[in-house]
Design a protein around this ligand. Structure first.
Ligand SMILES: Nc1ncnc2c1ncn2[C@@H]1O[C@H](COP(=O)(O)OP(=O)(O)OP(=O)(O)O)[C@@H](O)[C@H]1O
Ligand SMILES: [Mg+2]
Length: 247
């Protein structure tokens, strides 16, 4: 049985640009996100994916419509496209930072952090500085940081965008493993059709001007998923379908 984590109701967003011109970034966005669901959002540049995530994270407000949280809206982790780590802090200091800021550095959270570092394959790198890590490792640190205070919901805006194809595949598998162990609700923005199909329970396909949901596609592939699922005919037909919807 599934329960709703977030209810997005008729959300519209109009930006007023400096010249007075209006941009309808989002129009009539309706979506119920289920608890522990993995949702990908895909669509061409400018269709409002980041805007939607920013509104969910309370970094921006909708022009109309509403977001109803069935979980605490404080419990959101945000992973930005660039790892945005603090360069003067070590891996451990970086992932501890939100706990300190939120005054949540409890024994339990610190123990959980160690488990997350292990899960993310970062054990032994706690004392390294971001400049001493590969791009993929930095990205994993930022994922651990977003998970550090045990948020119910993880918002990820093209988190693997800057990675090479191989690292990207590995990160996807690691993310699925973390998701499987922690049962987070994940909203994941990507430009990769195959990544969306591989990771998700549902893929939200958006179209621009005005940014709206074109179609929602259920991905009924068995879990847990291994990379070889990508070789199957079923996977191929999901990719084909997504490509068609994206035009
Ligand atoms: N702060 C802002 N002020 C004015 N317009 C904005 C602002 N942020 C976004 N927009 C406009 O809203 C639309 C959607 O932008 P958004 O960043 O959400 O797109 P996106 O789907 O994330 O694109 P991309 O795939 O390139 O990251 C664009 O037309 C953009 O110009
Ligand atoms: Mg964006």
């Amino acid at each position: 049985m599934s329960t709703t984590a977030i209810r997005i109701e008729d959300v519209n967003k109009i930006y007023k640009s400096s010249g007075g011109r209006e941009v309808q970034a989002l129009t009539h966005i309706n979506l119920d996100v289920q608890k522990s669901e993995f949702i990908s959002i895909i669509g061409p540049s400018g269709c409002g994916k980041s805007t939607l995530l920013r509104i969910l994270a309370n970094l921006d407000t909708p022009s109309s419509g509403s977001i109803q949280w069935e979980t605490s809206a404080d419990h959101i982790g945000f992973v930005f496209q660039d790892a945005t780590l603090l360069p003067w802090k070590t891996v451990y200091q970086n992932v501890m930072f939100p706990l300190e800021v939120k005054k949540m550095a409890t024994k339990e959270n610190i123990a959980n952090l160690d488990k997350l570092l292990e899960l993310a394959g970062l054990k032994g790198f706690e004392k390294a500085y971001p400049r001493e890590l590969s791009g993929g490792m930095r990205q994993r640190v930022s994922i651990v940081r977003a998970l550090s205070y045990n948020p119910d919901v993880l918002l990820m805006d093209e988190p693997f965008g800057a990675l090479d194809a191989l690292t990207r595949d590995k990160m996807g598998i690691e993310l699925l493993r973390i998701w499987n162990e922690t049962k987070k609700t994940i909203l994941f923005v990507t430009h990769s059709i195959s990544e969306a199909a591989f990771l998700s329970d549902r893929v939200i396909v958006m179209s621009p001007r005005p940014g709206k949901i074109d179609e929602i596609i259920d991905i009924d592939l068995p879990r847990p998923r291994e990379v070889d699922v990508k070789e199957t005919a079923e996977f191929g037909s999901y990719v084909k379908k997504l490509r068609e919807v994206l035009g």
